[in-house]
Design a protein around this ligand. Structure first.
Ligand code: FES
Ligand code: FES
Length: 132
């Protein structure tokens, strides 16, 4: 049911933890299942130099957040904003259809953190329109 990559990221998740002096913090909850994901970014000169996450949720949510943090690390803020949950699921070698919403949680946690960063630094990103 789950790919080897999903199992690997679930049993050995990358980038778990917090960044005490984070430049951006995002948190989202999944209305479908009540799971919670928190993400911390360290941003230097528009580059995401460090990412950590904490997920209270299912295995797919943990694997998705682990993979998503790996995918945005070292990227620009704009590149991270463009990351979709479909790309995260693809990198995981797929997720069962009923578990796609878990990967959406990772996409939204990234956007939530960047929303926080934008607010603190007076920046505008059209991808975040309507986000709160
Ligand atoms: Fe999230 Fe079961 S619904 S862990
Ligand atoms: Fe809720 Fe996976 S079942 S995030």
């Amino acid at each position: 049911m789950y790919s080897e990559i999903v199992m690997d990221h679930f049993t050995n998740p990358r980038n778990v933890g917090e960044i005490p002096d984070a430049d951006a913090v995002g948190q989202v909850g999944n209305p479908k299942c009540g799971d919670i994901m928190k993400m911390y970014f360290k941003i230097e000169g528009n580059i995401i130099v460090d990412v950590k996450f904490k997920t209270f949720g299912c295995g797919s949510a943990i694997a998705s957040s682990s993979m998503a943090t790996e995918m945005v690390k070292g990227k620009t803020v704009e590149e991270a904003l463009a990351l979709s949950n479909y790309e995260v699921a693809k990198e995981l070698n797929g997720l069962p259809p009923a578990k796609m919403h878990c990967s959406l949680l990772a996409e939204q946690a990234i956007k939530s953190a960047i929303f926080d960063y934008a607010k603190k630094n007076n920046l505008y990103y059209k991808e975040l329109e309507g986000f709160d």
